[in-house]
Design a protein around this ligand. Sequence first.
Ligand code: FES
Length: 254
Amino acid sequence: MQVKATVLQKDEVAPQVHKIRFFAPRIAKSAQPGQFVHIKCGEEQNYILRRPFSIHQANSSDSIEILFKVVGRGTSWLAKLKVKDSVDIIGPLGNGFSLKSRPGKIMLVAGGMGIAPLIFLADKLAKEHTKTYTVIGAANKELLLDYMNLKRLTRKITAATEDGSQGVKGLITDILPAAITEDHPDVIFACGPFSMLREVAFIARREDVDCQVALEELMACGVGACLACVVKTKTGFKRVCADGPVFDSREIEW
Ligand code: FES
C-alpha cells in the first residue's frame, strides 16, 4: 500500500546514522520482521527517487521505524526531514523471515547496518519467549547499533569490533563459529554486507545450522517489475524485492 506518513521522531543515533519513526498505521498493522518499505526520497514530481529500507521496528497500533546511514542523495534528503514532515511510503514489501518451523533457539547475526531488520525480529521473538542469542559486529563501539535494545531483547550478545573498542577485536565471522558451538542455535537469521553473509552461510553449512539471510540490494521499482535487484540462486535468478529479501542461505549461489 502507498501512504503519506508523518515523521513522529528523528534521532541521529551514531555519526551519520539516523533513526526515524513515522506515523503509518496501515503499514505498521501488517508489517512482518524482514520486510521493507520503499520511500520516495525527494520532492521532485518528475523524478521519483525511491530507496528501500528494512522495517526496523513496527508498533502495531500506529508507527514504523527505519534505521539508515547517510550514503548518498536519497539518504541525505531523509536525514534532513523534521518532525511533522510528510513522506510517501510504499510497504510493507517483500517476504520477511520465516518462523514456520518454530525453532527452539535462534541466533541473530548482525553486521553493521545489518541490525536494521533484526531488532523488529528480536522484539517479536522476545514477546513469544523464544530463546534468542545475538552475534553483532561493527567497525567500532559507536557503530554497534541498538546494543542496549539487544541487551533487553536477547539472552546474550557476543560482539566484535574491527578496532577492538568493544568485544573481540576482529570480524563478526571470526567469533561466529565459537558462538554457535557455545549457544547451539537451531537457526541463524543474518543481515549485513553480502561478503559477510556469504561467510556466515559457509559457517552455518559447515556447522549444520539452518540459516536465513536478509539481502540488501540496490532496487528501482521495489515490486518485482524491473529486474534491477536480481540475485543468482540454485533455481535461477530471483528478485530480491519480490522473492526476498530473505532467502534460505543454501539457496543463494554465493
Ligand atoms: Fe525492480 Fe526488484 S527492484 S524487480
